[in-house]
Design a protein around this ligand. Sequence first.
Ligand code: MF3
Ligand code: CO
Ligand code: CO
Length: 275
Amino acid sequence: MNLSRIRDALLPRPRRDYPLYENEELQMLRQATAFNAQLMDMLREHVRPGVTTNELDELAATYTRDHGHIPACLGYKGFPKSICTSINDVVCHGIPDDTVLREGDIINVDITSIVEGWYGDQSETFLVGEVSDEAKALTQVTFDALYAGIRAARPYCTIYDIAKAITRHAEARGYSVVRNYQGHGIGRAFHQKPGVLHYPHESTRRSVIVPGCCFTIEPMINIGRPDTYTEPDGWTVRTKDHTLSAQFEHQIFMTSDGPEILTLTQNGPQEGHCF
Ligand code: MF3
Ligand code: CO
Ligand code: CO
């Protein structure tokens, strides 16, 4: 008996610790995520040099309320705005303010809506006008890393399998995967189990994704080191070495045939064609 077989015999069997959705509940998830994707398509037109992140926030909040829905981030654990806007070396959770987008910036816009009690969550990194080759390459690799994770997501796979695919894609190209933040189960709560680590960790080897699971994959990829710090505002997360960071997020429903991407947009990047 080799070591890994001893470990297999001692550790608990794979365990599911999250809710499964089907039928009417799945329809509610599809409705919430379709609205959230529609919101992203609306915002996309406004992400250009000269716009402030406050203006993007205001547009998102107004559009969401006009459709009878709720911006999930507003007031979530005290977050002060309706969306997250993370520019350049900001990894995630950037707070909209009067910062003006400038040609050459990259900005992640992360939006989450509550539609009749159900959550839709996704993000995209946008290029503001013409950007440097290195910013463009980072954004492309991050987008492709998300899709590597989605392709690795199969019925009865583990979180570990997804993380391995993401990390392999990023690290083979010389980039690093942020470890301090992760994807998550989602449904009638914003953040629930399973925790979706984007780097391979022993603890996720037995975290199995079974049909009926709804979760996000949202890798944050850096040009430099993976380390981050949080600003005194309690939210804004930056790379410690101030290198650029990008992120894409989709909400996924696992069917018995494979992953269904719930948050696909009409006009956004599609697999293989980021820009
Ligand atoms: N939308 C983020 C996620 O993907 C969470 C943002 S929480 C906030 O999980 F409070 F910062 F808005
Ligand atoms: Co999320
Ligand atoms: Co999000």
